[in-house]
Design a protein around this ligand. Structure first.
Ligand code: NAP
Length: 283
């Protein structure tokens, strides 16, 4: 039997409808959740990402501002702008689109965003909160992956989860979230000699590599939940993930497609984080 498709677009719509309801309720109490998105430079992919984020805010009733700056913007000016947004009561979340021009230190930028408004969850404080199991903003992509896994109804307690990739934004927080859900977690990376040895034992595989066909049918345990974070292009230039989707589908129990899996969830969780940041203000 082929795997059940985990439909990220449909789940995303459900969560966004809930965000819209809660946003309307909060707005009626005088607090409209607000997100500031900063784009520095002309990277075309980044321009699409920020446009989609601003559009998603509008559709869910959140206030948003998009600040676009020339690639020559100095680091000091960017930091000053972030400080002003930190102090702006109409803004509950601040997102600086990466990558930044080379003369700007991205970590310094992230650390300048107030922890209370770090809706991307990329700061050292947010990472530490996740590590310590304290409340805080979870990075949107792994947070979205957890929602996709939860939607299967499978309890992660006692399950073995393998995360492929150890970036600070996806792989590592993903592993911590799975651990928090009581899975036994293995993290693989480019130095892992035999990836299949690990993934074949996994009840859950999360592939966050950025290389197509990293996970093939022979590497998956029958019935496993397989989440594809990767965003790659195939030979025809079409978007594809890290899985050999056609091969893995008949083996897995649940699988996410690319597109329509993790992708829509990332922006959705950004809306959730921004809304929850605003909700905290009223508590
Ligand atoms: P990244 O920073 O480049 O990290 C990739 C990870 O994969 C690294 O930890 C790397 O190991 C590991 N890796 C590389 N080759 C490997 C191999 N052959 N076997 C095992 N591990 C290997 O990328 P990222 O930012 O985490 O993103 C990963 C993918 O997810 C990309 O395709 C990205 O576009 C996509 N993505 C999608 C979304 C979404 O919303 N859908 C959001 C974020 C990212 P080392 O650490 O040893 O180098």
């Amino acid at each position: 039997m082929p795997a059940q498709l985990i439909n990220g677009t449909a789940l995303s719509q459900q969560i966004r409808a809930d965000v819209a309801r809660r946003t309307a309720a909060l707005t009626a109490r005088g607090v409209k959740p607000g997100l500031a998105v900063i784009l520095v430079g002309e990277d075309p992919a980044s321009a699409v990402y920020v446009r989609n984020k601003v559009k998603a805010c509008g559709e869910a009733g959140l206030h948003s501002v998009l600040e676009k700056y020339d690639a020559s913007l100095s680091e000091a000016d960017l930091l000053a702008r972030i400080e002003a947004l930190n102090a702006d009561p109409a803004i509950h979340g601040i997102l600086v689109q990466m990558p930044l021009p080379k003369h700007i230190n991205p970590q310094r930028v992230i650390e300048t965003i107030s922890t209370a408004k770090d809706v991307d969850g990329y700061s050292v404080q947010s990472a530490g909160d996740l590590m310590a199991g304290l409340p805080g903003f979870r990075p949107c992509t792994p947070y979205g992956c957890m929602k996709l896994i939860e939607s299967t109804g499978v309890d992660l307690r006692g399950k073995h989860a393998v995360v492929i990739g150890r970036s600070n934004t996806v792989g590592k927080p993903m592993a911590l979230l799975l651990l928090q859900a009581n899975a036994t977690v293995t993290i693989c990376h480019s130095g892992t000699p035999d990836l299949g040895l690990h993934t074949r034992q996994a009840d859950v595989v999360v592939a966050a590599v950025g290389r197509r066909n990293t996970v093939t049918a022979d590497m998956v345990k029958p019935g496993a939940i397989v989440i594809d974070v990767g965003m790659n292009r195939n030979d025809e230039g079409k978007l594809c993930g890290d899985l050999d989707f056609a091969g893995v589908s008949p083996v897995a129990g649940w699988i996410t497609p690319v597109p329509g899996g993790v992708g829509p969830m990332t922006i959705t969780m950004l809306l959730v984080n921004t809304l929850e940041s605003a909700e905290r203000v009223t508590r």
